[in-house]
Design a protein around this ligand. Sequence first.
Ligand code: SF4
Length: 261
Amino acid sequence: MPAAIRLPTRESLAAARARGRKIITVLRRRYPDPRVPLRHENPLQLLVATILSAQCTDAMVNRVTPALFQRYRAAADFANADPRELEELIRPTGFFRQKTKAIMAASHTLVERFGGEVPSTMEELLMLEGVGRKTANVILGGYYGVPGVVVDTHVRRLSQRLGLTGQDDPEKIEQDLMRFIPREEWSAFSLRLIFFGREICTARNPRCPVCPLNRLCPSAKYRGAPPWMARRPQARGPRGRAGQTRRRRAVRRVARRAKRG
Ligand code: SF4
C-alpha cells in the first residue's frame, strides 16, 4: 500500500485535491495540446533525443538530431557506432562522452534483448542502461500513449511550489502526483508543468505577480521561495562541497540524472 501523500503545508488532502483540479483546469486552458518538444519519428529517436536532452535545451537537441538520425537509423547502428564519430555529432548537446556511452549501452540492450525495438512497458524500459523512470515515462507517454508522470527539474520544482507534494525524491513526487492527478492527465499534466516552468514559474525568477496560478499557489506570497523548499539540500550554493569543481559536480549530476532517467 502506497504511503500517504505528505503535503508541505497544513492544507487538508481534500482541499489540496480540489486546488489541484483547479490548477489542472488553468494549465489545460493555457496549453491545450501539449506535445513532447523533442522531434522524433519513432520510439528509438525519442529515446536518443531524451538522453541528449539532459542538461541541454530541446532546441539544441532538435538542431543536432536530424543529421544524427540520418546517420544512425536503427538500434544496431547506434550499438555498433564508432564512439568518436557519435561523440562529434552530439557534441553541441554537452556531456557528449557520457551521452555517447549511454546511447550505445542502451542500444546494445535493445539489440540483445528486444530485437532492436524500444519496449513499451516501464519494467522493460528500466532494463536499458541510462534509462530511469523519467526517460521511460517520456517514451511511454510521448510515443506509446501510456500515461506517466514525468518528473524533471521543472515538475519537481513546480509540484513543490504548488504544495502538491512535500517530497524531494523524484520517484516519491511521481507517486504523489499520480494520486493527485487523474490517470488520463498524467502525461499532459507533466508537459504542461514543464512548459509553465519554462515560461512563468522559472527556477530563479518566478513571475508570481502575473502568474495565472497565483491564487492557487501557496508559494505566491513567498515569491516562489517557500520555507518548505528552503530546507532542501538542493538549495546548496554552487560552491557546496569543498574540493569539487563546478564541472565535476555537473558531470556527476548528469550521470545521476541519466541513471534516474
Ligand atoms: S505563483 Fe509564483 S511560485 Fe506559484 S506557480 Fe505562479 S510563478 Fe510559480
